[in-house]
Design a protein around this ligand. Structure first.
Ligand code: PLP
Length: 419
């Protein structure tokens, strides 16, 4: 059973200061999880997690993660600017973008960020844009084909299609790129790959690591490049459904260590630093979208209308993603009613749940939509003039603090030209 990190009484109290809907984040959960991630890779002296800013671009959360030793992974100009304003600099910033505009490489270069190139043509583009090739540089590898991992009763546990993904360089291009970068003065090389998203498997990172470690040994032999870091990127998932098992980051860290000792150490590459760019795994479980039931509608189906909508959480509408829902105060009541839980957009996909078995719901009930701490608020939009909600941090001492105000109509109108 999925549990909320707040009680109904606590939430009702919070709702007096912060009108629903809002995203609530759990500082204690975030810090403890970040410490588990760091502990799992503590065997690698150069390890650093670069939080994928796009997952939850909130300055207060970025600063909190910085206190836990994390850097940031940016992929756009505004993410770089936000990270700079939060105090991140130089080696604390990874820049993993694609289809990159010149001004973004320029700022990444200025900040001394570690640039992760998405294409071989970006070598010359970067050289032209910033007038040099940074001494430390990385290339994103895409092995193509399909990527599968282990079989379970339901079929493949992890399956993705790198061959259909727009990202990264092919294997022959990696060799060519490293040679060219060496000619242009690069001295420290990194390799990055992102092969599967939201994996529920302790095997994903170790399997990816083995691929990257073998590739690193080959590239070193082929090009003489000094490879100093390997970036496992994001993709470690979380159990959105209550029946799914959670990943164990300690087991994952040990699996990566085994591959490291089997492949890199014998090749004389035991000094390679590892990086991760986790987004979802760092924050998703530590966010709740808090919303209140406005209406009930009995037509061809039973509808529960809430005051949040897809503008606050888009994943169900665009991916059909499952997000667990708790009816506050009815945690132990039988789930004997079937509902569609909807928002107010003029889009039939604006449903947080379809045919979901829940306890009997009354107008005014508070609902928690789980696992919205990453790719939640950040994917919000303003369709229908529905505005993005506030973000609130539940602090370790039990008090709550507003960390982003809700948008107002004035914000929405600010870009309009009226006359
Ligand atoms: C989105 C993204 C991540 C984070 O992915 P999660 O699934 O949230 O862990 C990391 N690196 C890159 C380059 C990304 O685009």
């Amino acid at each position: 059973m999925k549990k909320t990190f707040v009680t109904k009484a606590q939430l009702e109290q919070l709702c007096q200061s912060f009108p629903t809907p809002f995203h609530l984040y759990d500082e204690k959960g975030i810090r403890e999880n970040a410490r588990r991630v760091n502990a799992a890779f503590a065997w690698n002296p150069g390890f650093r997690e670069f939080f994928a800013v796009k997952a939850t671009p909130n300055p207060q959360l970025l600063k909190l993660l910085r206190e836990e030793g994390c850097g940031v992974d940016c992929s756009s100009l505004t993410e770089l600017m936000m990270s700079q304003r939060c105090g991140f600099s130089g080696g604390e910033i990874m820049f993993s973008s694609n289809d990159t505009p010149a001004e973004e490489f320029a700022l990444a270069g200025q900040l001394g960020a570690t640039i992760n190139l998405d294409d071989i043509s970006h070598i010359d583009f970067l050289q032209r844009t910033i007038g040099r090739i940074p001494k430390k540089i990385s290339c994103r590898f895409n092995p193509g084909g399909t990527f599968t991992l282990g079989e379970s009763k339901e079929g493949f546990q992890v399956m993705d299609n790198p061959g259909q993904a727009k990202y990264g360089l092919t294997r022959p291009q990696m060799t060519e790129a490293f040679k060219r970068l060496r000619e242009l003065g690069a001295e420290e090389f990194g390799i990055h790959a992102f092969l599967a998203s939201n994996t529920i498997s302790n095997e994903y990172y170790p399997a990816l690591a083995a691929i990257l470690f073998r590739t690193a040994v080959e590239l070193k032999n082929e090009t003489g490049a000094h490879i100093t870091f390997i970036n496992l990127s994001g993709g470690v998932g979380i159990p959105y459904r209550p029946e799914q098992p959670a990943n164990d980051i300690a087991v994952i860290g040990e699996g990566v260590r085994k591959a490291f000792e089997e492949i890199l150490v014998p090749a004389g590459m035991g000094d390679v630093s590892l990086c991760t760019e986790l987004g979802r795994f760092m924050l998703a479980p530590y966010g709740h979208l808090v919303t209140r039931v406005l209406h009930q509608k009995h037509t061809h189906k039973e509808y529960i209308g809430v005051d949040a909508c897809a503008a606050n959480l888009m994943r169900p509408a665009i991916y059909g993603a499952y997000h667990h829902i708790t009816v506050m105060g009815k945690e132990d009541a039988p789930c004997d009613h079937m509902y569609d839980v909807t928002g107010s957009l003029c889009e039939n996909s604006d449903k947080f749940a379809i045919d979901r078995m829940l306890p009997e719901i009354e107008t005014g009930d508070l609902l928690v939509i789980h696992d919205t701490g990453a790719h939640g608020h950040s994917m919000g939009y303003q369709y229908n003039g529905r505005l993005r909600s506030a973000e609130v941090l539940l602090q370790e001492d039990g008090t709550a603090r507003l960390i982003r105000r809700a948008e107002t109509p004035e914000d929405y109108f600010a870009t309009c030209i009226w006359d």
